[in-house]
Design a protein around this ligand. Structure first.
Ligand code: PEP
Ligand code: MG
Length: 948
């Protein structure tokens, strides 16, 4: 999406004529560092080829392909000419959207502007706008269209009733990431609406992230031909519903039953059943940008009959004679366009279009070569090399702790079986026998488990296995010619999918149990042994683990977790931390070559595993484990003592919270306050943005539990990897570099204002610290400060917090580099090392392979922290660290040595971090900080600290 910043917009420009205006635009791009001076000729040359006037008083000057070499960086400059310009094609222009683009990124800009062109009076409003924000708002507001594509279709679903199909369609929307569970619940609560012709509609706007329309059709059409499920948001679905009503009016609605994905998309795009169609690929290197689009509409207009065009993957079919609509498709090279026309001459018209597109629409094009243009096919990977015995294998530390135990590799077995069988009676007998044997196995396991959670789960599996409906569904398949294996698995999958569609998360997670049960019987039928976890304590090794897998773990026996994939911030890692199970993740496929029963040392602190350790190494690890247990015990006993180094240097230890209800637990664990309240999790727990009263109640809960200890609340930090269902952010190529944190909050100042007001009102008589996430420089802080100061004025002192500070998080390198200018105005800093490391090292914090290298002890990150602390202390301000680094035992003395005043860590870590502080004095801490700063890599830092 075109995200215009204030500095991209130049108001009140003047020029004697259009050429002078172009020069002005070229200069603006140059001053912004986007282009070299020679790009100016490119702008003029492009204008000489044809006008870049787009409509509604907007022209979009851009360079020729030859001048792209003068583009230093893709970007836009918007110049407003309030008095207007006579453009060379006779149009009147008030705004130049001048584009510097290295490849086809400008297509998105064009595409968005075409929506602006559809709005009446935009030209005049742009001319009269008197602030950059106003211009940005006029140009940036994209019209959202509800999604409908192959992923939102659920065709041939094995259900008959409208209610079941509505749920299947809602589940499909959930799988496609358009809605959250609350939406599915809302659909489950309503009776679908009859539309006629066997079609039904269910809809809700609850927990919609992306507006979308799903369609579920039954495997066997009967009274119900299909159920639409609409995830509504604003009026994004208007166009889709209009096309649906046209389809119904034409009496062709019932044809959707049994139709293919392509046919359904064509009908809902507005293509008639009798239309001739042509599918053709865009060959132009930079997609269907303005110039080829102009050629295309000219060819379409010359045919003398209406022609429609759409993207093959879905979306509305638009008039091929409309420039703005064609550009609005945003078609890129390689994408397929579907043209359609009806009536006499349709075939010839489409042939002419076909030729024109293949000829390149006025541009030199190279034919689409599947081999060259397609992404390279990955060569089949060689089998992973087994891990060497008694050698540390490094990976990502995901949950602290040490485990020494035999390992158990959870491998999903492979089942090979025929899909069909002629002897139904024999298949029925086989299935009956296999189910019986499965039940016996489970019975034996329940007895072995002797109570506890595992026994409960296994008993539930037994009940599932004896479910007569499941058996009947499998028999139906067998009687239709399926083999026992295929009939059984089909029945299991259908039931599991229906379960997944349920709104209740816990019930939905039972789908995994159904599949477990299904595999057990399949294993018996195929004579494949199922992996059974051992009865003694073990370390679980798996390719990856979902949160529900972790939640279902037998915590009495699982001593540690090791996965081939996944990052430290994956949900499963977070859950493992909450359960206190040591975990190492992202260790690569080689860990799957380990053999069941082999001993393993898993070090969740250092992020490494050692298979088949020597006796000597094992003894050392066992000693460490004992020491650790003793340390934990001692740390727990001393948790309420103030946090300080041996020589009495105070460093506050606070807790990180995502849920205000956990504040009491944090205090019980010895926290001296809350150093980071991730308020976005409070927002995420609500179906809609909590109002003022709801927020006051939430914040008060934490403040009450803290009983006079300080609360550092971070304002909403949505975006990046933390989407908020009811605050959708447009799809971005790099969400971590996009609209998130304070940038996003500032697009909805009213939400931020309510949050600040609620915090202030909840904080009467309490020490309250408020901090802003993702701040890049002082300008963002000032914007919020104005709002904050106004609230302080507005709210009577008796009704708001008076011991209040406003600070910023330091998690963007620019903020650390500019810390002196920020320190002069803020009350405090809190360093978010998770993001600071990600942005400093340019490693996505959740990257499955790279995140192991995203180490906060990297000297580059430490230098930024050093700069932050010295700038803050020079102005008498305090600095906290609230990223994961704050609880890293090796990092604690380094951070203290750098001068950090507060460490905020997960509540479980509070006693240990306090205990760690009591192990060194300030002089030692300073020496460690100096040592770390002098290293060249994170590895060298860790080695040097360990060797000291
Ligand atoms: C951080 O980035 O270090 C931080 C504490 O914030 P979050 O992990 O919530 O992004
Ligand atoms: Mg952060």
């Amino acid at each position: 999406m075109l995200t215009l910043r204030q500095e991209d917009i130049l108001l009140g420009c003047e020029a004697s004529d259009w050429q002078a205006a172009l020069d002005h635009a070229a200069e603006a791009l140059q001053v912004a560092g986007l282009v070299e001076a020679d790009y100016r000729q490119g702008l003029h040359a492009r204008e000489a080829q044809s006008s870049t006037y787009l409509g509604n008083a907007i022209a979009i000057p851009h360079g020729t392909p030859e001048s792209r070499c003068h583009v230093k960086q893709t970007g836009v400059r918007v110049l407003q000419f309030p008095r207007g310009l006579d453009w060379h094609d006779g149009q009147r222009v008030h705004v130049l959207v001048t584009i510097a683009a290295q490849s086809d990124e400008h297509l998105d800009i064009l595409r968005q502007l075409t929506h602006v062109l559809d709005r009446d009076g935009v030209g005049e409003r742009l001319a009269a706008a008197d602030s950059p924000a106003q211009v940005a708002a006029l140009l940036s507001r994209a019209v959202v269209e509800a999604r409908l594509d192959a992923e939102t279709l659920c065709l041939g679903f094995p259900a008959h009733s409208a209610e079941e199909l509505a749920l299947a369609a809602a589940a499909r929307l959930r799988q496609a990431g358009c809605v959250a569970p609350g939406f599915v619940a809302a659909i489950a609560e309503q009776a679908p609406l009859a539309l006629g012709q066997g079609l039904w509609l269910a809809h809700s706007h609850r927990e919609v992230a992306t507006p979308a329309l799903a369609l579920a059709t039954p495997a066997e059409p009967g009274a119900v031909n299909g159920v639409f499920c609409l995830a509504a948001q604003g009026d994004a679905h208007r166009g889709l519903l209009e096309r649906l009503s046209v389809l119904l009016e034409s009496g062709q609605g019932s044809e959707l039953a049994g139709a293919s994905v392509q046919t359904v998309l064509a009908r809902l795009a507005g293509e008639g059943a009798g239309a001739e169609t042509l599918t053709v690929r865009v060959l132009n290197a930079h997609g269907l940008h303005a110039r080829p689009a102009k050629q295309l509409i000219q060819v379409a207009r010359a045919q003398g009959l209406p022609i429609k065009v759409r993207l093959a993957e879905g979306g509305e079919a638009v008039a091929a004679s409309s420039l703005t609509k064609v550009i609005g498709l945003g078609a890129r090279r390689g994408q397929r366009l579907v043209f359609s026309a009806e009536g006499e001459g349709a075939r010839e018209a489409l042939a002419a279009i076909d030729q024109a597109v293949r000829d390149g629409l006025g541009e030199r094009v190279t034919p689409f070569d599947e081999g060259r243009d397609a992404p390279p096919v990955e060569a089949s990977a060689p089998a992973p090399e087994p891990l060497a015995a008694d050698r540390p294998h490094p990976a990502v530390a995901a949950s602290p702790g040490l485990a020494i135990a035999p390992l158990f590799v959870m491998r999903t077995p492979r089942f090979d079986y025929p899909a069909r069988a002629a002897d139904a009676a024999e298949q029925e007998r086989r299935l009956g026998a296999a189910i019986h044997e499965g039940a016996e196995q489970l019975e034996a396991l329940v007895t072995q488990a002797r109570g506890g959670e595992v026994a409960e789960i296994l008993s539930m599996h037994e009940e599932m296995l004896e479910d007569p409906e499941l058996y009947q569904a499998a028999l139906e398949g067998i009687r239709d010619g399926a083999s026992a294996e295929a009939g059984w698995w089909e029945a299991i999958e259908t039931a599991a999918r229906a379960q997944e569609a349920l709104a209740d998360r816990l019930l939905a997670e039972r789908a995994a149990d159904l599949r477990d049960v299904g595999r057990r019987v399949l294993g018996i039928l195929c004579d494949v042994a199922m992996p059974e976890p051992p009865a003694h304590p073990y370390i679980l090794v798996a390719d990856d683990l979902g949160p529900s897998d972790v939640a279902r773990l037998d915590t009495a026996r699982v001593r540690g977790l090791l996965t081939a994939r996944g990052g430290a911030t994956a949900h499963s890692a977070i859950l493992a931390r909450a359960l206190g199970i040591p975990a190492v993740v992202g260790a690569g496929e080689r860990v799957l070559t380990l053999s069941n029963g082999d001993d393993l040392i898993l070090d969740g602190e250092r992020g490494q595993v050692i298979p088949r350790p020597s006796q000597e190494r094992r003894d050392r690890a066992e000693l460490r484990l004992k020491e650790r247990e003793a340390r934990e015990k001692a740390a727990w006993a001393a948790r309420f003592e103030p946090a300080a180094t041996v020589d009495g240097h105070r460093v506050e230890v606070a807790a990180n919270l995502g849920n205000t209800a956990h504040a009491a637990d944090a205090v019980e664990r010895g926290a001296e306050g809350v150093g980071l309240l991730r308020t976005e999790f409070i927002f995420m727990a609500h179906a809609q943005a909590p109002d003022l009263e709801a927020q006051i109640a939430e914040y008060r809960e934490a403040l009450d539990a803290l009983d006079g200890r300080p609360l550092v609340a971070r304002t909403l930090d949505v975006g990046g990897d933390k989407p908020l269902a009811y605050w959708p952010v447009p799809q971005e190529d790099n969400p971590f570099l996009g609209l998130r944190g304070i940038r996003l909050a500032l697009t909805r100042p009213e939400v931020l204002e309510t949050q600040l007001r609620a915090l202030l009102m909840a904080g009467v008589g309490r020490p309250l610290r408020i901090m802003l996430p993702m701040v890049k420089d002082v300008a963002e802080f000032r914007t919020v400060r104005v709002l904050f100061d106004r609230l302080l004025e507005e709210l009577p002192e008796a009704e708001r917090a008076t011991d209040v500070q406003l600070g910023v998080m330091i998690e963007v390198p620019s903020a650390a580099l500019l810390a002196p200018s920020l320190a002069a105005e803020v009350d405090f800093f809190s360093v978010g090392t998770n993001d600071l490391t990600q942005y400093t090292l340019a490693i996505d914090r959740g990257h499955p392979e790279l995140s192991a290298q995203a180490d906060g002890l990297h000297p580059a990150v430490l230098r930024l922290i050093e700069m932050t602390v010295s700038a803050a202390h020079a102005q008498g301000k305090w600095v906290g660290v609230c990223g994961e680094l704050a609880s890293d035992a090796a990092a604690v003395p380094v951070l203290v040595g750098l001068g950090v005043d507060e460490l905020s860590v997960s509540a479980r870590q509070v006693p240990l971090v306090k205990a760690r502080l009591r192990e060194f004095d300030l002089e030692e801490a300073r020496a460690r900080a100096e040592l770390a700063l002098a290293q060249a890599t994170a590895e060298a830092v860790r080695d040097a600290l360990e060797a000291r």
